[in-house]
Design a protein around this ligand. Structure first.
Ligand code: C5P
Length: 206
C-alpha cells in the first residue's frame, strides 16, 4: 500500500506521515529532504542555484543514504530547495528513486508536494494536508524558539507565503491537491487529532 501525503510547508504533513508509517509498520520517506540535499550540495559548492544542468547533475549523483544531516533542516537550505526543485531536470532525476521507495512492501508513506499527482498517481491513499499560513508560521516560530534560535514570526510568515507561492505556481509538478486526494485541514487539530483524522482516511479505503 502507498500512502501519498502532500501539502505546503509546515502544514504538519511530515509529522502525520511519520506517525502513519509507525502505525502501519510502513517505511517513510520525507521527499523534501531529497530536494534539500540537492540544494545543500549546490550551496556547499558555491554553485548558482538557477543552474539547472548543474543541479540535475547533483541530483543524479545524490547519495540516497545521506538524508540524516541536521543541516538539511535549516531555513536557508529550505529556501534553496524551493529554487532547485523548480527545475524540471532536477525533478526528473529524482522520480525513479522515489517510485522504487514507494514500492517497498508491505507499504510506504511518502510526503512532499507532488506525490499524489506525479510520483505515485496510483497511490491507494492520498491526503492533502493544509493549515492557515498564520498557524504554520506560529508552529515554525515555536520550533525555532524551542531550539533556542532567534526567530521573527512576521518574517517566518512572509517566507512561508513566498515559498507556497513559488511551489504552487511553478510549471514542473506544482503543489496542488490531486483530484482523488482527501483534504485534511490541520489548522485546529493537535498532533493526536491530526493522526486520528489521517488514520480514519486510510481506514476508509482499506
Ligand atoms: O517539505 P520541505 O520544506 O522539506 O521541502 C523543501 C522544498 O522542496 C519545498 O519548498 C519544495 O519546493 C520542494 N519539494 C518539492 N517536491 C517535494 C518535496 C519538496 O518540490 N516532493
Amino acid at each position: 500500500m502507498i500512502i501519498a501525503i502532500d501539502g505546503p510547508a509546515a502544514s504538519g504533513k511530515g509529522t502525520l506521515a511519520k506517525r502513519l508509517a509507525a502505525h502501519y509498520g510502513f517505511r517513510h520517506l520525507d521527499t523534501g529532504l531529497i530536494y534539500r540535499a540537492v540544494a545543500k550540495a549546490m550551496l556547499d559548492a558555491g554553485a548558482d542555484l538557477t543552474d539547472e544542468v548543474r543541479a540535475a547533475e547533483v541530483a543524479r549523483t545524490l547519495d540516497p543514504t545521506g538524508f540524516d544531516d541536521p543541516a538539511l533542516k535549516s531555513h536557508t537550505v529550505g529556501e534553496a530547495a524551493s529554487v532547485v526543485s523548480a527545475h524540471p531536470q532536477v525533478r526528473a532525476a529524482l522520480v525513479e528513486f522515489q517510485q522504487i521507495f514507494a514500492a517497498t512492501l508491505p507499504g510506504a508513506v511518502l510526503d512532499g508536494r507532488d506525490i499524489g499527482t506525479v510520483i505515485c498517481p496510483d497511490a491507494e491513499v492520498k491526503i492533502f494536508v493544509v493549515a492557515a499560513p498564520e498557524i504554520r508560521a506560529h508552529r515554525r516560530f515555536l520550533e525555532a524558539q524551542s531550539r533556542g534560535e532567534p526567530a521573527d514570526e512576521a518574517a517566518i510568515l512572509a517566507d512561508i507565503i513566498k515559498r507556497d507561492e513559488r511551489d504552487r505556481n511553478r510549471s514542473a509538478a506544482p503543489l496542488k491537491q490531486a483530484p482523488d486526494a482527501v483534504l485534511l485541514d490541520n489548522s485546529y487539530l493537535d498532533i493526536e487529532g491530526g493522526v486520528r483524522a489521517a488514520i480514519d482516511i486510510v481506514e476508509a479505503v482499506r
